[in-house]
Design a protein around this ligand. Sequence first.
Ligand SMILES: Nc1ncnc2c1ncn2[C@@H]1O[C@H](COP(=O)(O)OP(=O)(O)OP(=O)(O)O)[C@@H](O)[C@H]1O
Ligand SMILES: O=c1[nH]c(=O)c2[nH+]cn([C@@H]3O[C@H](COP(=O)(O)O)[C@@H](O)[C@H]3O)c2[nH]1
Ligand SMILES: NC(=O)CC[C@H](N)C(=O)O
Ligand SMILES: [Mg+2]
Length: 520
Amino acid sequence: MSIWRPYTSVDTILIVNFGGQYTHLISRRVRELSVYTEIVHYYNLSRDVIDSIKPRAIILSGGPSSIYEENAPRIDSWILDLGIPVLGICYGHQLIASMIGGRVERGYGEYGRTRIRIIERDPIFDGWSSEEDVWMSHSDYVAYIPSDKAKILAVSVDKNYIAAFRLIDRSVYGVQFHPEVIHTPKGRKLIENFVIGIAGAKPMWNPGNIIENIVNEIRSTVGEDEKVLCAVSGGIDSTTTALLVKKAIGDRLVAVFVNHGLLREGEAEEVLNMLRNLGINPIYIDASKMFLDALKGVRDCEEKRRIIGELFAKIFKDIVESDKFIKWLAQGTTYPDVIESGFVPGADRIKSHHNVAGLPSWLGLKLLEPIKYLYKDEVRAIALRLGVPEDWVYRHPFPGPGLAVRIIGEITEEKLRIVRRASKIVEEELRRSGLYRRVWQAFAVVGDDKWVGVKGDRRAVGYIVTIRIVESEDGMTADWSRIPLDVLDNIARRITSEIPEVTMVTYAITSKPPSTIEPC
Ligand SMILES: Nc1ncnc2c1ncn2[C@@H]1O[C@H](COP(=O)(O)OP(=O)(O)OP(=O)(O)O)[C@@H](O)[C@H]1O
Ligand SMILES: O=c1[nH]c(=O)c2[nH+]cn([C@@H]3O[C@H](COP(=O)(O)O)[C@@H](O)[C@H]3O)c2[nH]1
Ligand SMILES: NC(=O)CC[C@H](N)C(=O)O
Ligand SMILES: [Mg+2]
């Protein structure tokens, strides 16, 4: 498998994914040490991948399978003979044990906080006391490892299961617990011991370095007279993408900002100002009428997304056809999108977020994804470095189809006006109370349900507005925010008094899962 690698000049840790829930967490913990990571699914691992990545160390993730099952995911044991340090976590630990002739069985299980005792001192446990709490989540356990091949380093205090081992004379380790989760208090230290201490990776992964690597990669990828089209929304991902392309190839960046009529209050002007201050002069297309006309009578959200996606593509097609030098489309795809999309057999498609699917191939453009190896916090760090004002860097994510997905049922002018004004009020009140940055997203939703009210002694039938404020790390899971009741109270009062059509404000208190963040 050949893979596009922009960061050839920095030390890399390779993470082999066995479908664990925490694979991205492992990756983020390593990157917090300023060391770059790449995640490869176990079935894509080959000698070519090792040769092209040249990892300083390899980490084998956890996973849902049991190693003794017939079709359990496996990799070849040459991985242990490369002289490259290896750390197996949970399933990875059990896999290494089984590769060296050990035995893994179904046990009693250890879940949550578990105490372990270190019985043999090793650099991997530098900074650990002889007993520590760790976080476990496993049903299987390593019942036996051959003592001529491996040394037990730690056991769990209650069940006496093997909690950590090391191969004799090699830097190959297994840990049954999860050092990557915060519930393992010394977990970060263990990862640092392995990555920096044992593997000797140099912390070279910093914003300056990232920018330089990406800019070089764009310059060597895009031909000398070729232009790059970049659709910008004002969101942090597309803004950063456009800035990187601009830095690499200057005016051969063609940035386009579309007003689909589903933007927030004042957003079009604000986005244009912000981009212009950063030296990006996008082509501005006000297509509000076209979008809203096409969406008339449409109630289903996936149908709205489809129509919006198609109109976007049509607009871009016109631009591409008007300039034959445009050969590339730059997109702000980030690392979680890359790893989540497509790879998980049988995974259910909950919503079609079109930045992952990409624009249709009939546009005939090659795809450039400069931030495809970055996490959101890294995108933010380089955006700051590239001069994006802090307020924009920490702006909440906003869906590409805009308010279309925050209006349940048909999009009407009245509902659009309500959701715009209400969202503005939510945002203002959060900023005023200093909570804006503490939450992932905060917005208002309107549908067709009505609530009888009494306004000025008169019966008034009005809309129900639902407030959604959630906390999240990455949008994949989320919890509703326990914001102070008086802030909610202010929001509700302002909405009913400033928007006469609204007679009821509700607060959404379901986490994701089972709910999603946006209402549809
Ligand atoms: N109004 C718009 N005009 C032009 N392109 C847009 C517009 N809205 C969305 N896009 C394109 O669709 C992509 C997906 O939007 P999405 O909201 O996921 O990302 P973003 O806006 O870049 O960042 P963020 O996740 O921080 O909002 C954007 O990166 C951008 O390329
Ligand atoms: O670009 C986008 N196009 C979409 O159609 C879309 N739908 C949801 N979102 C954003 O994705 C994150 C997760 O949202 P859900 O829990 O609603 O799926 C949240 O951050 C949502 O705002 C979208 N982004
Ligand atoms: N979290 C894990 O990696 C679990 C490994 C294995 N499925 C077990 O239950 O022991
Ligand atoms: Mg956006």
